[in-house]
Every structure is written in structure tokens, then in C-alpha cells.
Design a protein around this ligand. Structure first.
Ligand SMILES: NC(=O)C1=CN([C@@H]2O[C@H](COP(=O)(O)OP(=O)(O)OC[C@H]3O[C@@H](n4cnc5c(N)ncnc54)[C@H](O)[C@@H]3O)[C@@H](O)[C@H]2O)C=CC1
Length: 489
């Protein structure tokens, strides 16, 4: 495979605390691996308790003054950070590609740009985050929207820049500080986000980055100096974090996994439905939480859908992720590739028909070709468990009621999509699907103006849009008596 020259990805130090890079070699060493080649491109150290202490102390110290800063000024800092992030989009995207292996073609449009959108959005609404006046006859009440304090953010490895910004932007707009731990698999980009926020004028201590795996995440979650934990990760981790946070009644946002359905009706536009399923299964090599990995196709269209999908999959350009012509990259790690390969084997053992793909490429790095399976049934493992890789399952259905019932028969509820030309059916079906983030004749759009999150095991709370404000602030109610106090004695 041809290799584009890569810049030096090594960060100045592992952590970013109180406005500066911080190192503590005593922490466990974490190698950062470029998924396209398997090479170690940087090394960071997991946070020690001393580093965690510094992060919380500086966050607590900075937060009170930030909460007292006029919201308009807080918003201005975020807007400026959005601008810088956009100006550095290419540099950030190259780093994100090296961190995750995702093709530059994707990172240029879906990572730092989405992070900038979030900073811009929450920067814009910061000044409008007010309480309300409640008339009570002669008396009245009012509410004050207050920050929570210090919020912990814990990220997954698939969208490191986006996840950091989606959490930091609403947290900071509401007057909180944040201590953020990126995934140990992708520790690089969040440090750049921290640098940019400082450059934009964010006071030191309000966005601190500490590195580490589950043990550090666990320490952050249970720390009494944290008021909230927002996790993007898998359901098993979500269970642990949610219950650990409950011990001290911390606020939580849980953005977890899914096994989302896509319903393609006979009357759908075939090209759009196939395109939606490509976006919902193969973008980011299938490593997207909202992916519509159970593609239910109505009986009359199934054969043509499978045929056309297989044809279009031949156009995947698999290669050097830093080459902008590449549109399909490697999986993020050896571990993720092994997980996906295990699911591929189970799929065949259980009788699913592999139409195309799912082959390991003979080259360094973590390469699997996108896989299409037909004849998948609801009881198969591949239709029940989140694979988090480029594996599309086609399931056949007869009518609307049956399709909806089968789509809902899962413990997850992150996303759902419907493809049909019948507008009445589109809204009717979406109304009955149990999922937090839905799509009609589209898939996987995530504009920051639209609330994002799941139901059932897929999560609690919402990111983005005005909905996120509820999860990064709390309401203080104040009753005001205008007359005398009448007491019984
Ligand atoms: N709903 C959403 O917005 C998204 C959900 N995801 C989900 O994330 C998963 C893939 O990402 P991974 O990084 O493999 O998930 P993961 O659950 O293994 O790790 C997520 C983060 O949690 C940390 N962590 C692990 N154990 C912890 C513990 N006991 N306490 C605190 N933190 C802990 C990890 O270090 C990492 O930073 C998939 O299930 C995917 O569906 C991924 C992206 C978006």
C-alpha cells in the first residue's frame, strides 16, 4: 500500500492540566498505534492519582469564576475556539486519521468540523440560558439555571475530537469545568482541543485532559470532586459507570451502544436505501454507535437490494487513509479486528449467507473488507449483538407491523431509520420505533442542532441541541412572598 508522508504525532506530554502540558512518567505506558500500519506513532502515560488530583483541583478552582462570568463572554470564548478549530481542520483531521485510522476523506468533514459546530452552537446560546418567572398571584417564584460544577467526560475511540467537543461545549457554556479522559486507544486529538480552547481565551483549568484506560475512568467516576459523568462507550462500561456514579448521586449522561434497525419498504428509492445502508454500516469502517446494522428489507425488494448493495460495495476504495481518494480505512485496533472476525465466523456457523467481503487483507495494520450478509434471522448472534465493525446484515420482512415488532425486539434503542416513498408510513413507523435518534430516507446524520441519544440500554440523557443544556445545568427555584407570613402559631 502506498503511504502518504505522516507528520510527527507525538504530543508534548500526556496530560493537559491548568492550561499546560503535564507529564508523570510513573503512569502506565500507553502506545498509540496507527491502525493503517500497526506502527507505534506516540506514547503517553496513564494518569497517576497525583495527576488526577491536579486536574480536579485546578478544575474546581477555575469553575467558580467561570460560573460568575457573564454567559455572553463564555459564549464568545467557545465561538472563538470553533473558529480556530475550523482554521486547523486539516491538521486536526490528519491527526484524527492517525489516531483512529479513519480515512482523511471522512475526518475532514465529520470530526473537527462537527466539534466546531458544537462549540459554535453552544457559544451562540450561552447568553440565552436563563431561568423563568412564575406568577403565583400576589406571590411569585423564579428559577435560576446553575452549572453542576465539575463534569467528567469519558470518550470512546471512534470520534475523539467530536466526542470531546460535544461534551465540553455544553458543559462550558453552562458554566461548568470539565475533566476529560479520551479513550486509551485514541489519546491524541483531545489534547489539541484543550490547546485550542486556551488559545481562544478559556481560563486555565476549565478543560483538563487526563489519559488512561478503565482504571483512570473509574477513579474519575467515583471522585467526590466530580458532580457529573458523561460517558460515550459500550453498554457494559455504561452499566459500571452509571452504578458507580449513583453511589454519590452524580448526574450522568450515557451515550452507549446500539443494534439499530433500518426498515426498507418495497416502495423505497433503491439507490437512496442502499446509500443509506452504506452510510449506516461502512462509514468509519462500521465503527459508529448509531449504525443501522439490522437492515430489514421488505420481501419484494430484498433480492434487488442485496444485488445492488454488492455492486456498490465494489466501489469502496480501500487504502492509505491519508490519501483523500480512500473511502474505507482499517479498524481501529488489533483487538477490534479480532472481535469482528469472531462475529464473522459465528455468522457463518449460524447459517447467514456471506454475499461479499469480511476478508482480512494481507498487509500490516487492521484491515477487513466490508461484509454483506443475506438470509440473517432475528435469533442469530449477528442480529442481536453490537459488532462495531463493517458488517451489514440483511433480514427480510413481509409487512409493516411485523417489521416494526422485529425492529423493536432488542435491548438497545439508540437509532432507527425508515426508507419509503409513502410519507404517512414514514412518520407512522418512526412513531412506533423505540429509538432515541431516528432518520427518514436518510441515515446517520448528526447535526448539533438535533438532540442525540438513546433509549433502553443505549443510554440516558441527550447530547447536542437545547436538550443537552438540561444535562449540564440544574434549576434553583426561589419562592418570593410579597405579603405577611401566616403561621399557625
Ligand atoms: N452512543 C454514542 O454516542 C456512542 C457510543 N459508542 C459506543 O462505544 C463503544 C465503543 O467504544 P469503546 O471505547 O470500545 O467503549 P468502552 O466502553 O470500552 O470504553 C469507553 C470509555 O470508557 C472508559 N472506561 C472503560 N472502563 C471504564 C470504567 N470501569 N469506568 C470508567 N471508564 C471506563 C474507556 O477507557 C473509554 O475511555 C461501542 O459500544 C459504541 O457503540 C461509541 C461512539 C458513540
Amino acid at each position: 500500500m502506498r503511504q502518504t508522508n505522516r507528520p510527527d504525532a507525538r504530543p508534548r506530554a500526556s496530560h493537559f492540566i491548568d492550561g499546560v502540558y503535564v507529564e508523570d512518567d510513573a503512569g502506565e505506558t500507553i502506545d498509540v498505534i496507527y491502525p493503517a500500519t500497526g506502527e507505534v506513532i506516540a506514547t503517553v502515560h496513564a494518569a497517576t492519582q497525583a495527576v488526577i488530583d491536579r486536574a480536579f483541583e485546578s478544575a474546581r478552582a477555575a469553575q467558580a469564576a467561570w460560573a460568575a462570568t457573564p454567559p455572553r463572554e463564555r459564549g464568545r470564548v467557545l465561538t472563538r475556539a470553533a473558529q480556530i478549530l475550523r482554521e486547523r481542520n486539516r491538521e486536526m483531521s490528519i491527526l484524527e486519521t492517525m489516531d483512529t485510522g479513519k480515512p482523511l476523506q471522512e475526518t475532514l468533514v465529520a470530526d473537527a468540523t462537527s466539534g466546531a459546530d458544537a462549540l459554535e452552537y453552544f457559544g451562540g446560546i450561552a447568553a440565552g440560558l436563563t431561568g423563568e418567572h412564575i406568577p403565583l398571584g400576589e406571590d411569585w417564584a423564579y428559577t435560576i439555571r446553575e452549572p453542576l460544577g465539575v463534569c467528567v467526560g469519558i470518550g470512546a475511540w471512534n470520534y475523539p475530537t467530536q466526542i470531546a467537543c460535544w461534551k465540553a461545549a455544553p458543559a462550558l457554556a453552562c458554566g461548568n469545568a470539565m475533566v476529560f479522559k479520551p479513550s486509551e486507544t485514541t489519546p491524541l486529538c483531545t489534547l489539541k482541543v484543550a490547546e485550542i480552547l486556551i488559545e481562544a481565551g478559556l481560563p486555565a483549568g476549565l478543560f483538563n485532559v487526563v489519559q488512561g484506560a478503565g482504571a483512570v475512568g473509574g477513579a474519575l467516576t467515583t471522585d467526590p470532586r466530580a458532580d457529573k459523568v458523561s460517558l460515550t462507550g459500550s453498554v457494559p462500561t455504561g452499566r459500571k459507570v452509571y452504578s458507580a456514579a449513583a453511589e454519590s448521586m452524580k448526574h450522568v449522561t450515557m451515550e452507549l451502544g446500539g443494534k439499530s434497525p433500518m426498515l426498507v419498504f418495497d416502495d423505497a428509492d433503491l439507490e437512496d436505501a442502499v446509500g443509506g445502508a452504506i452510510l449506516g454500516n461502512f462509514y468509519s469502517s462500521g465503527q459508529i454507535c448509531t449504525n443501522g446494522t439490522r437492515v430489514f428489507v421488505q420481501k419484494g425488494l430484498r433480492a434487488r437490494f442485496v444485488e445492488r448493495m454488492a455492486e456498490r460495495m465494489r466501489d469502496a476504495v480501500i487504502g492509505d487513509p491519508l490519501d483523500e481518494a480512500t473511502n474505507f480505512g482499517p479498524l481501529v485496533s488489533a483487538r477490534q479486528m479480532e472481535i469482528v472476525e469472531r462475529y464473522l465466523k459465528i455468522a457463518e456457523d449460524e447459517g447467514a449467507r456471506r454475499v461479499v467481503g469480511g476478508e482480512r487483507l494481507d498487509r500490516p495494520g487492521y484491515w477487513l473488507t466490508p461484509a454483506l450478509f443475506d438470509g440473517v434471522t432475528d435469533d442469530m448472534t449477528m442480529a442481536r449483538e453490537e459488532i462495531f465493525g463493517p458488517v451489514l446484515s440483511v433480514l427480510e420482512f413481509d409487512d409493516e407491523d411485523e417489521g416494526i415488532a422485529r425492529a423493536n425486539a432488542t435491548e438497545f434503542g439508540l437509532s432507527a431509520g425508515v426508507f419509503t416513498r409513502d410519507i404517512g408510513r414514514a412518520h407512522r413507523v418512526i412513531g412506533r420505533l423505540r429509538a432515541g435518534t431516528c432518520f427518514i430516507n436518510s441515515y446517520n446524520d448528526a447535526p448539533v442542532e438535533m438532540p442525540f441519544g438513546g433509549v433502553k440500554m443505549s443510554g440516558i440523557g441527550r447530547e447536542n441541541a437545547k436538550a443537552a443544556i438540561e444535562h449540564y445545568s440544574q434549576v434553583k427555584s426561589v419562592y418570593v412572598r410579597m405579603g405577611r407570613v401566616e403561621a399557625p402559631f
